[in-house]
Design a protein around this ligand. Structure first.
Ligand code: TRP
Length: 330
């Protein structure tokens, strides 16, 4: 029996952090049991916003893949590849662009939101408008059934399904529709309780060492009303306790800290020191694995190139079918 296929990608625009681990990578690793997983570096997607300064992209690409492997993505079981090494993605994107009405793309919520937020970048490009269409091609080219993503990506997948349906109306049953597989965990807050994001400077990176983690945890936002350790504090929504719940396997310790926090009988220092200890215990085996992988960059690069070759075989077969559908056969 063949496993249903899962496709997902990540933009190589920086070091990966705990938000990526909790929001995507743990899930990517778990899905390998039941699905035929295709995970890729979305380097063309990185260009949609980083086109003016592209020098760091390939470095981040390999660095990110090392983190994927450290988090449990297994190159023996999953196909790990690089988008730009499979140019068929671009060919399918071009054909999709012939049938997608521009207003469909303008209506995608992230389009206007990102343009408003990233004011230092000129995002009035065709490439940026086409972002979710490229994403549609990324998945459709592998007949992907499921796409593990966070809540924010759901509108992209809705657009994808509409585009696939329209394409198939013209050209027959050529492409398959994909469903989102929502990541089960709620979003991890950053150190300042906003969304964890490199642009806010509030991340804990997978590459951070134990000292850096301790230092960052000590700076973490807690209950702002609790100006002294003997004042009862709020646990709910307090990022320090959100983290304890996410990363500290010692539930007895966590329950004790919560009780004493609510009663005003524990200091932030103890809560945070215990948190940093638990987080470092969880992160250390990943750091170890990351170091091993990064010690052999040629092997890592070869693995990504080999994965891309394998992905390309499938992408090629899909494009044969698509060209038949569109009746561009000579
Ligand atoms: N847009 C996705 C993100 O920002 C990245 C991505 C690109 C992607 N192509 C994809 C995710 C295809 C899933 C499937 O997270």
């Amino acid at each position: 029996m063949t496993k249903p296929r899962v496709v997902s990608g990540m933009r190589p625009t920086g070091q990966l952090h705990l938000g990526h681990l909790v929001g995507a990578l743990k899930n990517w690793a778990a899905l390998q049991e039941r699905y035929d997983c295709f995970y890729f570096v979305a380097d063309w997607h990185a260009l949609t916003s980083e086109y003016a300064s592209t020098g760091a992209i390939t470095g981040y690409a390999l660095d990110n893949v090392a983190d994927w492997i450290a988090a449990g993505v297994d190159p023996e079981r999953s196909t790990i590849f690089v988008q730009s090494l499979v140019p068929e993605h671009a060919e399918l994107y071009l054909l999709l662009s012939m049938v997608v009405p521009v207003p469909w793309l303008e209506r995608v919520p992230t389009y206007k939101e990102q343009q408003e937020q990233l004011t230092e970048k000129d995002l009035s490009t065709l490439g940026f408008l086409g972002y979710p269409l490229l994403q549609t091609a990324d998945v459709a080219i592998y007949d992907g059934r499921f796409v593990p993503v966070g809540e924010d990506q759901v509108p992209h997948l809705e657009l994808s399904r509409e585009v696939v349906r329209r394409f198939n109306q013209f050209y027959g049953d050529v492409l398959v529709e994909a469903q989102p597989l929502l990541t089960p965990v709620p979003r991890l807050p950053g150190l300042d309780n906003r969304k964890m994001s490199k642009s806010y400077g509030n991340t804990i990176d997978l590459a951070d060492d134990a000292d850096a983690v301790l230092k960052k945890v000590k700076q973490m936002y807690t209950d702002p009303k609790r100006i002294r350790a003997d004042i009862p504090g709020t646990v709910e929504g307090n990022p320090v306790f959100v983290y304890h719940d996410a990363f500290n396997p010692d539930t007895a310790e966590v329950d004790d800290l919560k009780t004493r926090y609510r009663a005003g009988t524990v200091g932030d220092v103890e809560v945070k020191t215990k948190l940093a200890r638990a987080m470092n215990a969880m992160l250390e085996p990943m750091r170890e694995r990351r170091r091993e992988v990064m010690a052999k960059p040629d092997r890592l690069r070869e693995m990504a190139i080999e994965g891309s070759r394998k992905a390309r075989t499938i992408a090629h077969a899909t494009m044969e079918r698509v060209r038949d559908g569109v009746r561009l056969r000579y």
